[in-house]
Design a binder for this molecule. Structure first.
Ligand SMILES: [Zn+2]
Ligand SMILES: [Zn+2]
Length: 370
């Protein structure tokens, strides 16, 4: 197979590939066995089967695109819903700087083909970056219905904050219910969030012991995931370094790298970072201060501030608790900012119900209960 006219083929890739495929009937295997090109002799369903394997094991978006631009036949069959439904999370991890109409169309096709990771990623991008709240939330819901834990957790954060609406749109009970479902599926942030909700009696009847149990579980899972991804354990090299660390081990003076952020969170952070940190193009909207989160406010004073320094804001208790141990513990201090604070802005924050969440240095990790 010689690659010629690559440009035109690239256009085909994002263009009417699927429509062309739907119009055409699947080719049957040619009856004559005397053809020189055995590839042409392969029946379409076999090629689709191979492409499914390739799409589900692709390590990056370019991996999958390289398959599609190999030849016209791969280009057409590669956009078959069976193939798109299996595209791996890594191949869907589009970077914000590479966002384009084509990338949007690709994620949309994958979402329509039933790829729940694509539903979630596109849902997050539409909700937080493209200001398309309704379609973003419904895409996340589509993934959540099929037990996609990050989608359940993200919907919980939206409910807790009343994101996309006013503060009267907060639905704490719905948030707790979504969080509980995500926690049941083993989602670490959801476990941590649920633990704090139970400890504080936030959206659920207070149960401190149960809350602590969830926090212990969150740390245990986090540790397990760090251990399973670490090939060599050079813990002593990381001792007492500040910046990145495993929350549980940091309590014993050991640090290992922080868990990797979901590609959708990374996209959000990059998207807003590339726009000068201005969330959504409107003034006064802040970004969640936990680096691995990337969620921006959807209205002013939506997020809680650190009660001690007032310099950082978080979309959730989970983000605050994690960032506290990863970074903020070393930076937080009751600074003169309180003396120089703009009284008007401060009053507005209070009026808006901007809750100031106190840091919980000792009880947010559950280590004491171990
Ligand atoms: Zn956050
Ligand atoms: Zn602080």
């Amino acid at each position: 197979m010689v690659i010629t006219k690559e440009k035109r083929r690239r256009k085909d890739l994002w263009g009417g590939g699927v429509e062309n495929l739907r119009r055409k009937k699947m080719r049957p295997a040619p009856e004559s066995a005397g053809r020189s090109d055995f590839f042409d002799g392969l029946p379409d369903d076999l090629v689709v089967c191979i492409l499914c394997k390739l799409s589900s094991s692709a390590g990056s978006p370019s991996d999958f695109i390289n398959v599609l631009i190999t030849c016209k036949r791969f280009n057409g069959l590669g956009l078959h819903p069976l193939v798109l439904g299996k595209v791996s999370p890594k191949a869907l991890a589009v970077r914000a700087k590479k966002w384009s109409e084509s990338a949007h169309r690709f994620l949309k096709l994958c979402a329509e083909a039933g790829n729940i990771e694509a539903c979630y990623t596109l849902g997050m991008i539409r909700f937080y970056c493209l200001q398309s709240r309704g379609s973003g939330a419904s895409l996340m819901a589509k993934a959540a219905i099929r037990s996609h834990a990050p989608a359940l957790y993200s919907l919980a954060v939206i409910q807790f904050n009343g994101s996309g609406g006013s503060k009267t749109d907060k639905d704490l009970r719905a948030g707790v219910a979504l969080c509980a479902r995500a926690a049941f599926l083993g989602h670490v942030d959801a476990l941590r969030e649920l633990g704090h909700c139970l400890q504080d009696g936030y959206g659920v009847r207070q149960n401190i012991a149960e809350g602590r149990r969830f926090l212990v579980q969150a740390n245990a899972r986090e540790l397990a995931s760090v251990l399973s991804t670490s090939t060599t354990l050079n813990w002593h090299h990381h001792r007492h370094t500040i910046g990145a660390g495993c929350p549980l081990l940091s309590d014993f003076g050991w640090n290992v790298p922080a868990p990797e952020a979901h590609p959708a969170n990374r996209f959000l952070a990059e998207w807003i970072g590339s726009r000068g940190g201005d969330a959504g193009g409107r003034d006064g909207l802040r970004l969640c201060s936990h680096a691995g989160c990337g969620r921006p406010e959807t209205r002013r004073h939506e997020f809680r501030r650190c009660s001690v320094c007032g310099a950082v804001n978080y979309c959730s208790r989970a983000c605050q608790a994690l960032d506290w141990k990863l970074r903020h513990k070393a930076e937080c201090a009751p600074m003169e900012q309180w003396l120089h604070v703009d009284p008007e802005a401060d009053a507005a924050a209070v009026d808006a119900g901007d809750e100031r969440m106190p840091d919980r240095e000792e009880d947010d990790n559950g280590v004491a209960a171990l």
